[in-house]
Design a protein around this ligand. Structure first.
Ligand SMILES: NC(=O)c1ccc[n+]([C@@H]2O[C@H](COP(=O)([O-])OP(=O)(O)OC[C@H]3O[C@@H](n4cnc5c(N)ncnc54)[C@H](OP(=O)(O)O)[C@@H]3O)[C@@H](O)[C@H]2O)c1
Length: 234
């Protein structure tokens, strides 16, 4: 049994090329998934109390982390969830642009997760977001963030939508419970295009995060997979 206080169940959703890239090197190609892949994303959003997204993804994609079609809003209400998910912006240095699209849509609260490094940005961020939480000196303590989200906002199920740097931080901390990976029929190659999990990574295989394939489904040229985490010793 875990000795940690309760935290939300964390799902991570990502579309990858055959070589595990999540965007082209210039970040210009921000999505290569089909409409079925977008639909899958909205379906997952409709099950989540909160959505977590990194600063670079919010700037590159102009995502607002909303419900999409009205049917998804109704689905949330039928399940007893809040009408819209809580929106969580990750920006350790507070560098997120004031012109990111997320700030222009006020349908649900936006919380910025940040660190001491962003102190000079707090006034600006308070003008953009509903709240900011400082969760570390230079990097965000995501376990603390998740426990606090559970306690203060009743977040039981959280969907992380990337990008690669944020994904890696959560995976390395052992905080991802379920992975949804859509394999798309492209190959970008090269060393610099962002991958599913960037950042420092896990240096040795013995310490690699482990997952078990739970389901796979082919839709047209894409493969939709779901993996469940395997905790050490299980
Ligand atoms: N194919 C897909 O499914 C998919 C999904 C999502 C994104 N993408 C693509 O991925 C690219 C962006 O990915 P990315 O890896 O460059 O960026 P990202 O993970 O979206 O954002 C990185 C930023 O988030 C903050 N951050 C992340 N981890 C942190 C930590 N542990 N502590 C503090 N701050 C942290 C930092 O912000 P500060 O710099 O402000 O400190 C960092 O610069 C875009 O091109 C996007 O289109 C693709």
């Amino acid at each position: 049994m875990s000795s940690h206080p309760p935290r939300p169940f964390v799902l991570l959703n990502v579309a990858v090329t055959a070589d595990g890239k999540i965007a082209s090197e210039d970040h210009d190609v921000t999505t290569f998934g089909s409409p079925s892949d977008s639909h899958h994303l909205y379906e997952l959003r409709a099950t989540a109390d909160a959505i977590l997204c990194g600063a670079r993804t919010l700037e590159a994609t102009r995502a607002t982390l909303g419900n999409g079609a009205e049917a998804f809003r109704r689905r949330r209400l039928r399940k007893g969830l809040r009408e819209h998910p809580l929106r969580l912006v990750v920006s350790g240095s507070g560098s997120i642009s004031s012109s990111a699209a997320i700030w222009s849509q006020r349908f649900s609260p936006i919380l910025v997760l940040t660190t001491e490094r962003s102190r000079s940005q707090w006034k600006r961020l308070r003008g953009l977001a509903d709240d900011i939480w400082c969760l570390g000196r230079s990097t965000i303590d995501f376990r603390k963030a998740l426990e606090r989200l559970h306690r203060k906002h009743g977040v039981r199920r959280l969907l992380c939508e990337g990008g690669g740097e944020l994904n890696e931080a959560l995976i390395r901390e052992g905080l991802v419970d379920e992975l949804h990976i859509t394999f798309c029929p492209f190959l970008l190659g090269g060393r610099r295009a962002p991958t599913l999990a960037d950042g420092p990574g896990i240096p040795v295989l013995a310490d690699a995060a482990r997952f078990r394939l739970r389901s796979r489904r082919r839709v047209g040229p894409e493969l939709f997979t779901v993996y469940t985490v395997v905790r050490p010793g299980r």
